[in-house]
Structures are given as structure tokens and as C-alpha cells.
Design a protein around this ligand. Structure first.
Ligand SMILES: Nc1nc2c(c(=O)[nH]1)N[C@H]1C(S)=C(S)[C@@H](COP(=O)(O)O)O[C@H]1N2
Ligand SMILES: [Mo]
Length: 396
């Protein structure tokens, strides 16, 4: 059977082309066949946009507890992405609310500050945008614009304190070495509220899963803001500015914004207005990694539902699974807790005693009491899709 998306593609005459580019029959989390392409240094990923590179992780590569560097998703807004020479790279720290300016080499960054490691999920604000109905503009991500990794580096806080944070500091502005090819496209620059920048979990990371950062994931150093969506995790970080006023660049003022008050997440007060506010933390969410949509399970044979659940850092309290149209729910068994900003594995044996179609619904509950909803909260950019996902399989 064709999925909703494949039916649309077939109508547009695109399905054959995609199937041809996809001889291995890779599937994304929504069961659609996807075209896999290789970025230098990466394994095949689902190509959403070629230039700038936007590649998502296939469902099968979201099964390991730590997402491999070679399969970790890649998201860029601008197409000029120079390979940074780590020996020549410098991090500039300053701004009107800094007491002094610093210029740090990678060696100085590594040797001058205490090292810190944190396991954290990096999820794009627009993960699952491609599943929104009605369709919203933007990269049409499936469920693979995310990954869980062990990040090592130094605390942003320690670097800011070395520069000296003045009493009037309001935001910290972060820029990387990538840039646009067209002068009209604004440079990708983000800011954080000063308290989030000074939070001990915010890192300048130079390692990912024990290896130097891959080029496509921000070498030689990137920001890691555990619990907050990927947009703040600035790659190829080269400039940090501490300032007493709200940063008014395009990627704060106009992009990555939500209707004010629509979501119960951390506020970013200095960037808020009556209509819109920047996206901040992730919502409680989950992903079924197994069975894959469309699987034929054999009647009476052992099977299980497995996947991942996460939130912004309160931790996962429970994952519930329903196979009776969401009338009754059973608690899945949770895997090891590897840190409050990491995803948590879950699994539950699946009843295959009756033949016929089976609809598996999963919802996660966070320790702060949030539960995945049954419906989307509409927003113009298609962010924060955390509604209960359903995987359809067949028992025969
Ligand atoms: N320099 C730079 N950093 C960036 C971006 C970018 O376009 N340029 N995109 C951000 C967004 S929106 C996301 S979701 C994450 C994705 O991280 P990844 O590409 O390592 O998976 O990077 C963030 N950091
Ligand atoms: Mo993103």
C-alpha cells in the first residue's frame, strides 16, 4: 500500500525516480521509501536538500543508543561551508558586556579550561515537519533530524567568565565560519539568554562520541545546548559576543519563532514580543524504531515494540504503548538512564496472537508531568511535532 506521502509523490510523478535512487529499499520512520546519498565522510543519509546540505538519519541508524558520527544528521542554512583548519582556527570572545577580549586557539581552549562531557540529544526544531498536515514550507524532514551523542569540550560558562561577564549582560551571541553565497542571505548567527549561556550544561564541544567533531557536525568546535533545539547548537563556532541588548539578527528576530504562549517551554524574554517568541526547549516526545512501518509479523511469533523517548531534561518517567486504538495503555520497560538530556530506550513485547492489521501507538511522559498529545499545535514553521505516533504493521 502507498503511504499518504508516496501517494502524493506518485501523483507528482516522482515515485519512480525515488524508488530508482533507492535500490536498497531504505525506509524512513513514516515508512516512505527515501533516496539515500553520501556526503564525504558520512554513510548514506536521506537527502532532503543538496545545497545547503540537509541530510537526515535513516530509521535503522537511530536504533543504537549513541548515534554514530558517520550517520548523524546534517543541517545547514547556508551553502558556503569552508573546511576549517583546526590549527589556524581561533575563537574570538568579547562584546560590549565582556570585560576583556580573548582569542583562543583550539589548543588553548583544550588546555585552558576544565573538560566536561554530557550525553545529549540534538534535535532540529523542524524534525517531522514533513509529516505536518497541512503542509508547511521548509525542509521536509521525516523523523530523523535528530541524534543522541556524547559531547565533550569545555563549559561556555568558564570561557565567558574568563572574558569577564559585566553586570548588564543580557544575551550571548554566537557565530560560526559558514556563510551565505548570496549577499542578500543573512549570516547564521544565534543568541542565548545570559542565564542559559551560563548554565553548566552548555558546552563548547570539540568531541562527539570520543572523536573529533566531523566536519559536517561543526569541526573544530560547536555549541551544545542540552535540552534546547538544534538551532542554538552553532557549528564551526568562531565568535562569541556578550551584550547588554537583544540581538536582532534575522535568525533570532524572524526565524525559529513560535506563537507567544503556544507552548509551555522555557521563555526567552529578551526576544519575546506579543505575537511571537523564539523556540527554546524540546517537548516530550518518542520514536518507534521497531517494528518498521509496514512490517509483516508472523502470527504467534515473539515480537516487540522498541524505540526512544526524550524531553528537555526533566527525564522520562514512563513510556506507554497502546494496540487497541488508544483505549488502554501498558507501560514499556525503560532502558538505562544515561543522562537527563539523553534519549531513553523503551521496549515492550507485542501480542501477535491475532492476525490482522495492528496499530501501535506510543506516548512518553516526562518527569515534570508532560504527556505527548494526540494533536499538533499548529505553527507556521512546523516546529515541535510531538504528537503520538502510530506505526501500522500486519500480523499474518
Ligand atoms: N554554523 C551553523 N551552525 C548550525 C546551523 C547552521 O546552519 N550553521 N544549523 C543549526 C541547526 S538549525 C541545527 S538543527 C543543528 C544541526 O546540527 P548537526 O548538523 O550537527 O546535526 O545545527 C545548528 N548549528
Ligand atoms: Mo534546526
Amino acid at each position: 500500500m502507498l503511504s499518504r506521502r508516496d501517494a502524493l509523490l506518485a501523483a507528482a510523478g516522482l515515485l519512480a525516480a525515488r524508488a530508482g535512487a533507492n535500490p536498497g529499499g531504505e525506509v524512513a520512520a513514516d515508512g516512505a521509501a527515501e533516496s539515500l546519498r553520501v556526503l564525504p565522510g558520512k554513510k548514506p543519509l536521506i537527502q532532503r536538500v543538496f545545497r545547503p546540505p540537509n541530510f537526515e538519519t535513516p530509521l535503522a541508524d537511530l536504533v543504537p543508543l549513541y548515534t554514530a558520527n558517520s550517520t548523524f544528521f546534517v543541517r545547514y542554512h547556508l551553502a558556503n561551508i569552508p573546511r576549517v583548519d583546526a590549527a589556524a582556527w581561533r575563537l574570538q570572545v568579547g562584546g560590549p558586556s565582556a570585560q576583556r577580549t580573548l582569542t583562543l586557539s583550539l589548543k588553548e581552549l583544550r588546555s585552558g579550561f576544565e573538560h566536561a562531557t554530557i550525553v545529549a540529544l540534538n534535535q532540529c526544531s523542524g524534525n517531522r515537519r514533513g509529516l505536518f498536515t497541512p503542509r508547511v514550507p521548509g525542509v521536509q524532514w521525516g523523523s530523523g533530524a535528530m541524534g543522541n551523542a556524547r559531547w565533550s569540550g569545555v563549559r561556555l560558562r568558564d570561557v565567558l567568565h574568563k572574558a569577564g561577564v559585566a553586570g548588564d549582560a543580557l544575551e550571548v551571541v554566537l557565530n560560526g565560519t559558514d556563510s551565505s553565497v548570496l549577499p542578500a542571505t543573512p549570516d547564521f548567527v544565534k543568541s542565548l539568554p545570559i542565564d542559559r549561556a551560563l548554565d553548566e550544561s552548555t558546552l563548547i564541544a570539540f568531541e562527539m562520541n570520543g572523536e573529533p567533531l566531523p566536519h559536517w557536525n561543526g569541526a573544530p568546535a560547536r555549541l551544545v545546548v542540552p535540552g534546547w533545539t538544534g538551532t542554538y547548537w552553532v557549528k564551526h563556532l568562531s565568535e562569541i559576543r556578550i551584550q547588554p541588548n537583544a540581538f536582532d539578527g534575522f535568525w533570532m528576530k524572524s526565524a525559529y519563532r513560535l506563537p507567544t504562549g503556544a507552548f509551555a517551554t522555557a521563555r526567552f524574554v529578551s526576544q519575546e514580543n506579543t505575537d511571537t517568541t523564539p523556540i527554546t526547549e524540546m517537548l516530550v516526545n518518542s520514536l518507534i524504531t521497531s517494528p518498521v512501518p509496514g512490517t509483516r509479523l508472523r502470527r504467534g511469533e515473539p515480537a516487540r515494540v522498541a524505540g526512544k523517548a526524550w524531553d528537555a531534561g526533566s527525564g522520562i518517567a514512563a513510556v506507554e504503548i497502546s494496540i487497541d486504538g488508544r483505549q488502554s495503555w501498558r507501560d514499556a520497560r525503560l532502558g538505562p538512564d544515561i543522562g537527563r538530556f539523553a534519549w531513553r530506550e523503551f521496549q515492550l513485547p507485542l501480542d501477535t496472537s491475532r492476525s490482522g492489521p495492528l496499530e501501535i501507538a506510543v506516548r512518553a511522559r516526562s518527569r515534570n508531568g508532560a504527556l505527548q498529545p494526540d494533536h499538533l499545535t499548529p505553527n507556521p514553521s512546523g516546529y515541535h511535532d510531538n504528537m503520538v505516533q502510530i506505526t501500522r504493521v500486519e500480523v499474518s
